[in-house]
Design a binder for this molecule. Structure first.
Ligand code: COA
Length: 339
């Protein structure tokens, strides 16, 4: 297949799915030794959404994906590939992407999952955009879907106040000249894996009564180490991706960061010397939804009119692995798309 020079993938549609159940800080304070004031001050979260006991990642992901497909105005048969970024797949296999492919009858689509912690969506966007740019595929669905509540230790006040459930999805298609994903930078430091992990349930430590009793099936985190890593990773990844796109921080209209902690975003803003108005924040209402947080925030930015045609947007995330990544886009309003 002949690849047109400079073809870029652009976001043609966005969709989200947030569970109805709202868990407030006051409610959490009845479960662990914490308070609304502490969580607001140290993290910035007021409330978060929690899935029903029966809901898995594919349930939220399929709804978000269907909405993104509808927004893009493409037919189910046109979807060539589904990539799902998740740390909380329905099952270790088959892939959650295959489950969503089946639920939405995307009969012409290949499907796979991608694990890169909270950076998963940006990694999946990078992977998906390459399929479009190469000319191999024309319509790629990228989903971030998480049900973190099921791997949360609800007696650990350092983690249970942060984590939440949700899904976001985008449809990638060829962008008009000058628009779309201009550059991506990804990185990893596996030596920091111990700072954020779910130890049991894989081939290293299969579930046993002992691992369950020790709660090794739940997420474990060294909050301070992750915090130190995040305040560096967020600005550095953004700057590196901007440089790869031949742009500077002064060109950025909006940074859509992973929604982990308001203080992490404030520290990144200081390092980047950008005003807080240039950062999309909605963690106060949704907490940390891991690989779903960037598309959920992107959707809100779009809905609230914070994205204008031609804007330079940075989608930047960091997370377990340790991993980080940033994608720089020249935003093309889906309604104004010509391709
Ligand atoms: C977890 C995190 C919120 C803790 O905030 P912090 O300001 O670093 O808090 P510290 O760990 O220094 O603890 C300060 C005090 O608050 C207490 N504390 C911790 N969690 C608390 C809670 N939920 N409620 C009340 N007090 C709490 C600690 O026990 C400690 O008490 P002490 O001073 O008596 O020992 C913060 O480290 C963080 O956000 N880290 C990054 C986490 C993250 O983003 N993870 C996902 C990445 S993808």
């Amino acid at each position: 297949m002949i690849v047109p020079t400079g073809l870029k993938a652009g976001i043609a549609g966005v969709g989200v799915c947030l569970p109805d159940r709202v868990l407030t800080n006051d409610e959490l304070a009845t479960m662990v030794d914490t308070s609304d004031a502490w969580i607001r001050e140290r993290v910035g979260v007021r409330e978060r959404r929690i899935a029903d006991a029966a809901q898995a990642a594919s349930d939220l992901g399929a709804v978000a994906a269907a909405r993104a497909i509808g927004h893009a105005g493409v037919a189910a048969e046109e979807v060539d590939l589904v990539i799902v970024a998740t740390a909380t797949p329905d099952t270790l296999f088959p892939a959650t992407a295959c489950i969503i492919q089946d639920k939405l009858r995307l009969k012409n689509a290949a499907a796979f999952d991608l694990a890169a912690g909270c950076s998963g969506f940006v990694y999946a966007l990078a992977a998906g955009s390459r399929f479009v740019e190469s000319g191999l595929y024309r319509t790629v669905l990228v989903v971030g879907a998480e049900v973190l509540s099921k791997v949360t230790d609800w007696s650990d006040r350092e983690t249970c106040i942060l984590l939440a459930d949700g899904a976001g999805a985008v449809v990638l298609r060829p962008a008009a000249p000058g628009y779309g994903i201009l550059a991506v930078k990804l990185g990893a430091d596996g030596s920091g894996g111990r700072y954020l992990r779910r130890p049991a349930g894989g081939s290293r430590l299969p579930h046993t009564l002992k691992t369950l009793a020790a709660k090794l099936d739940k997420l474990q985190m060294d909050g301070q180490e992750v915090f130190r890593f995040a305040i560096k990773a967020l600005p550095e990844a953004t700057l590196q991706a901007l440089a790869a796109a031949g742009l500077g921080k002064e060109d950025v209209a909006l940074v859509i960061p992973h929604q982990a902690n308001r203080r992490i975003i404030e520290a990144a803003a200081r390092r980047l010397e950008l005003p807080m108005e240039k950062f999309m924040i909605n963690l106060d209402r949704y907490g940390n939804t891991s690989s779903a947080s960037v598309p959920i925030a992107l959707h809100e930015a779009l809905e609230s009119g914070r994205l204008q045609d031609g804007d330079i947007v940075a989608l930047t995330a960091f997370g377990a692995g340790l991993t980080w990544g940033s994608a720089i886009l020249r935003w093309q309003s889906p309604a104004g798309r010509t391709t």
